[in-house]
Ligand binder design. Sequence first.
Ligand SMILES: Cc1cc2nc3c(=O)[nH]c(=O)nc-3n(C[C@H](O)[C@H](O)[C@H](O)COP(=O)(O)OP(=O)(O)OC[C@H]3O[C@@H](n4cnc5c(N)ncnc54)[C@H](O)[C@@H]3O)c2cc1C
Ligand code: FES
Length: 258
Amino acid sequence: MKQDSAKILSNQEVMPGVYLMWLRSPEIARQSLPGQFLMVGCGEETVLRRPISVHNVEGDKVALLFLVVGKGTEWLSHLKDGDALDIIGPLGNGFTTSGEDRNVLLVAGGIGIAPLRFLIDKIKDSCRQVTLLLGAATAVKLYPKELLPREVNLAVATEDGSAGYRGMVTALVPNSITAADRVFVCGPMPMLRYIAENQRQLMLMGKQVYLSLEMRMGCGLGVCYGCTIRTKNGLKQVCKDGPVFPLDEIVWDEMARL
Ligand SMILES: Cc1cc2nc3c(=O)[nH]c(=O)nc-3n(C[C@H](O)[C@H](O)[C@H](O)COP(=O)(O)OP(=O)(O)OC[C@H]3O[C@@H](n4cnc5c(N)ncnc54)[C@H](O)[C@@H]3O)c2cc1C
Ligand code: FES
């Protein structure tokens, strides 16, 4: 883990309200694993750093993909080439992969594509097939195809039917699940909860399914206990023990109360 004042190389709006930022940070680039995140300083008016996933790594450069939802991400969206960004990372456990996996299924809801893009690059050469199910409210909010490697087998869903399947991205899971050795999911909490509660219909029983949780975080460093959840293996901190957990480890009934 390292604290860095990283130089911004570019910061572009790639979908409405979603920015792709490239930074130069050799040490963090070298250490990062897919599924890990950075705590990002978001200006003097925002006291707490915000957790943002490592979206991709190329050489000594690190990419972040963020959706503007509030003060911190709004501040980030105004940064320009040459500005410096205060970051700490990489943090968290990242996705558990195996060199033995031949078919991997990724399910991304909205900005949930953020940590999965780096995973694609890490596994695409060792896997026979990487399938990405990408969902968004409407076509313009889908992660641009041009930013994905050609090798990915892509299926899309939009809630309004403006591209691909009309409906939730989770509806595409049963069609792609049979061959999958491992499944990685990232998306909004209601989507993750839906997956947990409908494992049988989605044909996920007996599969190795991992979820990346987006909890609100205070410190991101295991100090404040603000991100604690109950799991079948006791209380866990999402920032330190996660953000990636096996689907069947999470105690969903307890999630809202903690
Ligand atoms: C491990 C991890 C990785 C993440 N990676 C990314 C990423 O790569 N790209 C990205 O765009 N976002 C990511 N997030 C979510 C991101 O941290 C929040 O959107 C951000 O902190 C909001 O800050 P803000 O100051 O803009 O908004 P705030 O003013 O703090 O909040 C605005 C709204 O966003 C909601 N919100 C705040 N934090 C979260 C959160 N952690 N999860 C869900 N909703 C939240 C609030 O409830 C509120 O409604 C990640 C979160 C975690 C825990
Ligand atoms: S965010 Fe502080 S302990 Fe996890």
